[in-house]
Design a binder for this molecule. Structure first.
Ligand SMILES: O=P(O)(O)OC[C@H]1O[C@H](O)[C@@H](O)[C@@H](O)[C@@H]1O
Length: 554
């Protein structure tokens, strides 16, 4: 048995679960009129209400004790001080240095990383300003009007998510495109929309070896050079690289002056704060990107400073862990009630699942308990009309995070003269959903409603169980004033630190990602086998069968 599941704090929670598993939130609310005040907190203008959870004071106390037992604070301090906590790659984990606006030195191998961080930010500032104000000219002297970011995973999801979320802050004259999939369709459709004279490609890859990205980058280069009658010098004004691998960038033909670097201590899924965030700075302006950094830095300070119930990311992490490890919940839904945040759940799918999807602990021992949850989500109200049925009445427990701004970026009556303001309609749904999930609708309420119809008694009796909502389904609610760059930066950092805390409690390495390697390796071996018509027999019968079906039908 692992140390964790036999530890005193874990055992205490296990015993406590026995007393809580059948407690309904209705009772918890009925017995405590202060519940909202007790179980909500604010970070700047972000309100987190976690009262609609199956927790009592004693639950939270035991959860905070678990965090203490697992030395979450000590592990956080180790991360912030540049210790190589990513042991399987022998790397520090310092995305926090990228947004360290205090400039307090952070040392890796005896060297302060801050001067290099700041210098790179200055170069990105100069570059993005030039592109945005039209000083940067393409090969034929025209200003840039389209950016194509070519990257995948952490070199794509963060920039896409942030550019979408902060569209109201974006420059109208720069069209942003993001090409990630190696499926040729992705780049083909984007290139159809681009003019080579006014397009700037950003090749975003930490390693600069990722198959998808290099394939797309080569296609883009061929397209561009082909459009300039084979003139390779055109690359200089139409390609920039965001990478840690200077040699590979040069070998590809991109001038190192057009390369913006970062360091091996920035994990891909934490890299939107690094040069990988250049497309964000291009879209919304460098200063707004720095506002995101400021919002995240403020969360970092909060996270380091506060303990127990005053620590927002820790609290969020512990509530998540409570369902995951004790109630057997396997998923978490992230549900933003803001259309601009439509990629937020997808972003944290990588953020959480790649970080904490590990079945061995730091010592290489098989975990005796569940680790990272399955993350999914869509913006409300779309999700309501798709998968909320299961959240309300399914057999599974799906803890949900509801996320919403008080103010819309689009006040339609003002902007378009629409007959009604949409935002109260949207938010009425946001409020209604957590209420419905927590409190449900019991048999007597359903019966009373049916009594108002002309149904027969038999029909009513048959229908009642289908219309009952048992409730007691947990949710957290984030409500903030408006989705500004600073707020988005804070929200991202809150989730990052939540993921960190859970990983620290499970004692897993949240910062490696070996699980993505095997598929890559096998794909490399299979690719040459797809040439020609002769059948393959080197795999298992299923894989041979699939490959051979492809070969006879390609
Ligand atoms: O930026 P790169 O090196 O192209 O990697 C892109 C992605 O590749 C793999 O899937 C993982 O390592 C991810 O964490 C990473 O974000």
């Amino acid at each position: 048995m692992s140390d964790l599941t036999s530890s005193p704090a874990w055992k205490a929670l296990e015993a406590h679960y026995g007393t809580m598993k059948n407690v309904h939130m209705k009772e918890l609310f009925a017995n405590d009129s202060e519940r909202f005040h007790k179980y909500s907190m604010k970070f700047e203008d972000i309100l987190l209400d976690y009262s609609k959870n199956r927790v009592a004071d004693s639950t939270m106390d035991l959860l905070y004790a678990l965090a203490e037992q697992q030395d979450v604070k000590g592990k956080a301090q180790a991360m912030f001080s540049g210790e190589k906590i990513n042991s399987t790659e022998d790397r520090a984990v310092l995305h926090i240095a990228l947004r360290n606006q205090s400039n307090k030195p952070i040392y890796v191998d005896g060297e302060d990383v801050m001067p290099a961080v700041n210098e790179t930010l200055e170069r990105i500032k100069a570059f993005t300003n030039q592109v945005r104000d039209g000083t940067w000219k393409g090969h034929t002297g025209k200003v840039i009007t389209a950016i194509v970011n070519i990257g995948i995973g952490g070199s794509d999801l963060g920039p896409v998510m942030a550019c979408e979320a902060l569209k109201p802050y974006a420059a109208d004259h720069l069209k942003m495109h993001f090409c990630s999939n190696v499926d040729g369709t992705h780049i083909a459709e984007i290139l159809k929309l681009c003019d080579p004279e006014t397009t700037l490609f950003l090749i975003a890859s930490k390693t600069f070896t990722t198959q998808e990205t290099m394939t797309n980058a080569n296609t883009a280069k061929t397209w561009l050079v082909g459009n300039f009658d084979g003139d390779e010098t055109s690359v200089a004004k139409h390609f920039a690289a965001l990478s840690t691998n200077g040699d590979a960038v040069s070998a590809f033909g991109i001038d190192v002056n057009n390369m913006f670097g970062f360091w091996n201590w920035v994990g891909g899924r934490y890299s939107l704060w690094s040069a990988i965030g250049t497309p964000i700075a291009l879209a919304i302006g460098f200063d707004n990107w720095m506002e995101m950094h400021a919002g995240a830095h403020a969360v970092d300070q909060h996270f380091l400073q506060y303990d127990g119930k005053d620590n927002l990311p820790l609290t969020l992490a512990l509530i998540g862990l409570w369902y995951n490890n004790f109630f057997g919940a396997e998923t978490v839904a992230i549900l933003p009630y803001d259309q601009y945040m439509h990629r937020f759940a997808a972003y944290f799918q990588q953020g959480d699942m790649e970080s904490n999807g590990k079945y061995v602990d730091m010592n290489g021992k098989r975990m005796q308990t569940q680790t990272g949850p399955i993350i999914f989500g869509e913006p409300g109200t779309n999700g309501q009309h798709a998968f909320y049925q299961l959240i309300h009445q399914g057999t599974k427990i799906i803890p949900c995070d509801f996320v919403a701004p008080c103010q819309s970026q689009n006040n339609l009556p003002e902007k378009l003269g629409a007959p009604v303001d949409h935002h109260p309609i949207l938010l009425s749904n946001y409020f209604a959903q957590t209420e419905a999930l927590a409190f449900g609708k019991d048999e007597s309420q359903v019966k009373a409603e049916l009594d108002k119809t002309d149904m027969s008694e038999a029909e009513k009796t048959a229908l009642v169980p289908h219309k009952v909502f048992e409730g007691n389904r947990p949710s957290n609610s984030f409500l903030f004033k408006k989705l500004t760059p600073r707020t988005l930066g804070s929200l991202i950092a809150i989730y990052e630190m939540k993921i960190f805390c859970q990983g620290a409690i499970w004692n897993i390495n949240s910062f490696d990602q070996w699980g993505v390697e095997l598929g890559k390796q096998l794909a490399k071996a299979i690719l040459p086998e797809l040439d020609g018509d002769s059948p393959v027999s080197s795999h298992d019968s299923s894989t041979n069968g699939l490959i051979n079906y492809y070969k006879t039908n390609k």
